[in-house]
Design a protein around this ligand. Structure first.
Ligand code: IMP
Length: 221
């Protein structure tokens, strides 16, 4: 039997990525899209606390009260820039709305080098994600991260949020990220998430890794 996962998100990009990841595994991903103001994002210190608060709010808004087999997914992510001591981190949404990608580029303007490896190290950053899944009255958490660096300029293309300015680290033959700027068997060749197709982003993405971490804890669909 196909089990429904209600994904609470207002972000069409996240929904597409999660459906792409979970539907081939036999889950039906449905959009729980609540109007602005129905869900409040608490200003707390960790992504896990944000995700837990959102799950509790989502449960109050399941269509028809939800089928007992249904699950509820929320996912919370943030961009953590090393040179800014992890900023914007849990404030990523607010910072994207206020400073935008261009504001992050301005904050890092002084960090540059002709040596590409050194440049990537100076501008090192990481996306982190926590995926929380409610099932049978319990909440499971999955964690994922994606190291990389902030590009020198914004790129055009697909993607959302900070995608146009974030270049993921290359991966080794086991899919493990390498230190910023090092060449690996899987590489975006210095391109940002915004400049590659969504299907390719999945191999690197913090979201895919958080969902995989969750799936490892689940019975098969
Ligand atoms: P959220 O609170 O999980 O929605 O994410 C915090 C902020 O980070 C939002 O502004 C998102 O647009 C941004 N963000 C989350 N995940 C990604 C990603 O995969 N790429 C680019 N930006 C992202």
């Amino acid at each position: 039997m196909t089990r429904t996962i209600w994904f609470l998100t207002g972000n069409a990009g996240k929904l597409k990525e999660a459906a792409n990841h979970l539907e081939p595994l036999g889950y039906s991903v449905k959009h729980l899209n609540l109007e602005e103001g129905m869900i409040t994002e608490p200003q707390v210190d960790t992504l896990e606390e944000v995700a837990r608060a959102k799950i509790n709010q989502a449960l109050e808004h399941l269509p028809d009260g939800g089928n007992t087999q249904d699950m509820v997914l929320v996912e919370d992510a943030g961009l953590f820039v090393n040179a800014l001591n992890g900023f914007p981190g849990v404030y990523s949404s607010y910072v994207l709305d206020t400073l935008g990608c261009s504001g992050i580029l301005r904050l890092l303007e002084h960090l540059n080098s002709e040596d590409t490896v050194q440049c990537a190290q100076l501008r090192a950053a990481e996306f982190q994600a926590v995926a929380a899944l409610w099932m049978n009255g319990e909440i499971l958490f999955g964690n994922g991260s994606c190291p990389g660096w902030i590009a020198l300029q914004s790129s055009e293309g697909e993607g959302f949020g900070f995608d146009p300015i974030f270049t993921p680290s290359d991966l080794d033959d086991l899919g493990k990220p390498l230190p910023p700027g090092q060449y690996g068997v899987k590489s975006t060749h210095g391109n940002t998430f915004g400049a590659i197709p969504m299907e390719e982003k999945q191999a690197y993405s913090h979201r895919s890794r958080a969902l995989d971490d969750l799936l490892r804890q689940l019975p098969s669909a």
